[in-house]
Ligand binder design. Sequence first.
Ligand SMILES: NC(=O)c1ccc[n+]([C@@H]2O[C@H](COP(=O)([O-])OP(=O)(O)OC[C@H]3O[C@@H](n4cnc5c(N)ncnc54)[C@H](OP(=O)(O)O)[C@@H]3O)[C@@H](O)[C@H]2O)c1
Length: 295
Amino acid sequence: MFSDRNSDIDHETIELLENAQDRIRQKKNVYKHFIVYLFISGFFLFIDFFLAVGQNILIFNYSWSIWVLLIWTFILLYHLFDVFISKKIINNKWILNQKSHLIKLQQEKIKSLKKDIETESKIYADSNSNNSNQLVTIIVAASENNIIGDNNKLIWHLSKDLIRFKNLTKGHHVIMGRKTFESMPKALPNRTNVIITRNKNYVAENIIVVNSLENALKVCKDDPQPFIIGGGEIYKIGLDYANRIELTRVHQSFEGDTAFPEIDEEVWKEVNKIEMFDIENHDYNFSFITYDKFN
Ligand SMILES: NC(=O)c1ccc[n+]([C@@H]2O[C@H](COP(=O)([O-])OP(=O)(O)OC[C@H]3O[C@@H](n4cnc5c(N)ncnc54)[C@H](OP(=O)(O)O)[C@@H]3O)[C@@H](O)[C@H]2O)c1
């Protein structure tokens, strides 16, 4: 990928250099032309008017040397015009275009390099470290009919659930899809925010951007408990990688456009349940249920 860009830049740089060399050559030539013109025309005038060579050759009443000088003056003027006016206009424009094109390419390259270095160093720096004890945890709040969101927003507000989310994920990596990230005002504080997107140029403050869940998990290699925090698309692929689900089951059915997949009881076993019924300032009953993967 970068070698392609490098060859683009080299090509453009060589073109710029060649163009500058051409300009110098053109100016040198016009200067030489002017000197030769001065000498030869002086010589012709001298032999015509002082030595009287070919004085009887008249064209429209003018001597031959005047005609030679006149024609040559036109040629010289054309040469000057070509080098200092037409070529200059074309070249200035061309150079400006090339310059801005080069600057754009360089800026894109620097941006992309910075991003790649940040991600790749996280992914590969500690590739030998052992993560067999890692507890990859999905954390989700879902209704009785598995709805988790609508129109890129959460449906309910349960402050006890938010406090639990905060306490569980604090200090850990939180992995999320680009849409979930954009549904929040900014990156979650006190956590390492890892955002999954197919957009290679995605940038935002205080996040690590990756292009797959596998790479997100590599970024979290040293975290004993990274959390997959949504949304629907990422939960769907996350179930294969997770060992635990921390589910807040909201005991109500809702309409929405995003759902959590059905929990397969052949794979997931309930290991803990805390019922949160009739809690003050909470609109719905809910339960904190922990599932561990046994297959
Ligand atoms: N109730 C809860 O616990 C909970 C938690 C979190 C979110 N939510 C809700 O869930 C909804 C958002 O979920 P969602 O399913 O629409 O979106 P999402 O899963 O948050 O993000 C989807 C985006 O992730 C990226 N992506 C998905 N799969 C990918 C792959 N295999 N490789 C690379 N990138 C991939 C794509 O980003 P690009 O398009 O940029 O490529 C895709 O558009 C919202 O309503 C939110 O409120 C609910």
